[in-house]
Design a protein around this ligand. Structure first.
Ligand code: ADE
Length: 248
């Protein structure tokens, strides 16, 4: 996967990306990152890339021409790439979107700042608008890093076996079960006995139930879409009954 990020803060994006798993995958050649600072494409090289909004109002707006020039030069003679504009006004990122974007060979990301970006350049170059959640950040750089991280770990070879992207939150539409490692007792809390039993089927059932318990507690909305079998429904019904009794 080749990422190209249009940003006023390339150091922030590069530092984040070249750390830990994505950094290691870049060294292996599985991922690459090219950051382009569109300040270098300012009108007449004056370094200014923002201006007052037409119609008035607070804040500044990033101008279309510098972003467009940076984009044109980066794309060159190549085909029109998929370009994600990071914005709280976009579709909220989830695992399904990360998976879909991971199928691209190349992904462009535009990071905005200040009050926003001139709509006309977005109409021209953005194929997607993506938010990382219902809160407003000062810029699109951290969202771009979040998006690249979520996408990268779906790229084959980026995760090693023990980091595998299989058995975890959202893959099966549920939150992940709790994990334990040594020591066997921590501050008086023992590891659940069943995890030491060596009985794989029972362990799998216990984990599934704990996933269901967590999801019901924290994200009941996810249960609506999750694929549940008869055992799952029975467990959830028992849980509901237990909670009902506890409330009385
Ligand atoms: N830029 C500022 N806030 C954002 C958010 N929540 N998601 C994506 N881009 C943003």
């Amino acid at each position: 996967m080749r990422f190209t990020v249009l940003t006023l803060f390339p150091e922030l994006v590069e530092t984040g990306f070249h750390t830990s798993i994505t950094g290691r995958a870049a060294e292996k050649g599985l991922l690459s990152l090219r950051c382009i600072n569109f300040r270098q494409y300012s009108d007449g090289g004056n370094g200014y890339v923002d201006d007052y909004p037409y119609g008035g109002g607070a804040g500044m707006v990033l101008q279309a021409p510098p972003i467009y020039r940076a984009y044109r030069e980066a794309v060159g003679e190549g085909p029109r790439p998929r370009l994600v504009y990071m914005t709280p006004q976009g579709r909220v990122l989830d695992q399904a979107l990360a998976k879909e974007l991971a199928r691209e060979e190349e992904l462009y990301i535009l990071c905005g700042h200040y009050e926003g970006v001139d709509e006309r350049v977005l109409e021209e170059i953005a194929t997607d608008r993506v938010s990382i959640g219902d809160y407003v950040l000062t810029g699109g750089e951290l969202p771009a890093l979040v998006l690249m991280d979520a996408v990268s770990r779906m790229v084959p070879g980026v995760l090693s076996n023990h980091e595998s992207a299989g058995d975890e939150s959202f893959m099966n539409g549920l939150l992940e079960y709790p994990q334990y490692t040594r020591p066997e007792v921590f501050l008086g809390r023992p590891v659940p006995e069943i995890l030491k039993s060596g009985h794989h089927a029972n362990i799998a059932r216990w984990r599934r139930n704990e996933s269901l318990r967590r999801t019901k507690e924290v994200r009941p909305d996810l249960l609506e879409a999750a694929e549940l079998d008869r055992n799952d429904r029975e467990f959830l019904a028992d849980l509901e009954a237990e909670q009902e009794t506890a409330r009385k």
